[in-house]
Design a binder for this molecule. Structure first.
Ligand SMILES: [Zn+2]
Length: 223
């Protein structure tokens, strides 16, 4: 079937995947790489290396970058500065961005707004509990990827959110890491459930998801 995994940290190689750094293992050829420093690992940030990685690979994007309130209630100045520095680099190179915004999606949207049009597209990965922001995300040329939480039968609010995301903004993700690789559900399982929720056939949904992934992909951002 071949549905693109819009966000993961390890690639299975079965279908295209948007793979966020770090890249510890050799990557399959259908992995699209996203280079960046996650807000949990700020010590690894190196602006020159990010620029070099983007220069070396015209088909790479920037990610996973953002803000976080999961580990600490406050967003530090340093976290903000490193996020903004990476947004600036993404704008300079004209590459799409994969965003992290656990418990602070409103802050992430605010930080991205000045880059509307300068950064070709944004992916809101792991997005939840912030339905009110959907119009702002659309205005940024943002996409929202739905993940394995959908398979949890108790995730009533998350399923309601997944039904409300505009069809042309929708992607699916596994958020697989080398640690959960063997146990994490695949995007095919997520897509099968999502098709039922959206009252679509799996084929129709899969075609839509692929068209969306093509538009978000760094390859389509090249001018
Ligand atoms: Zn992730």
């Amino acid at each position: 079937m071949g549905i693109t995994d819009a966000h993961c940290h390890t690639a299975s190689g079965e279908s295209r995947s948007f793979l966020c750094s770090p890249f510890a293992l050799p990557q399959p050829s259908n992995a699209v790489l996203f280079h960046g420093t996650h807000p949990w690992y700020l010590d690894g940030f190196d602006a020159d290396r990010l620029k070099a990685d983007l220069s070396a690979d015209p088909s790479a994007g920037v990610g996973e970058i953002g803000l976080d309130r999961l580990k600490d209630r406050t967003i530090s100045t340093r976290m903000r500065q490193i996020f903004e520095a990476q947004l600036e680099i993404a704008a300079e190179f004209g590459r799409p961005v994969v965003l992290h915004g656990a418990k602070c999606w409103g802050e992430v949207v605010k930080a991205c707004r000045p880059y509307t049009g300068r950064i070709p597209a944004f992916l809101f990965h792991g997005f939840s509990r912030s339905d009110g922001l959907i119009p702002d995300i659309v205005a940024l040329n943002g996409y929202i990827s739905v993940g394995p939480s959908l398979l949890n039968g108790h995730a009533v609010n998350y399923r309601a959110l997944a039904k409300r995301i505009p069809l042309d903004r929708l992607l699916v993700e596994s958020d697989r890491t080398p640690e959960n690789e063997t146990s994490a559900p695949s995007v095919d399982e997520v897509a099968a459930l999502l098709a039922g929720l959206r009252a679509m056939t799996l084929d129709a949904l899969a075609a839509t998801l692929e068209a969306n992934a093509d538009r978000f992909s760094p390859a389509s951002s090249q001018r």
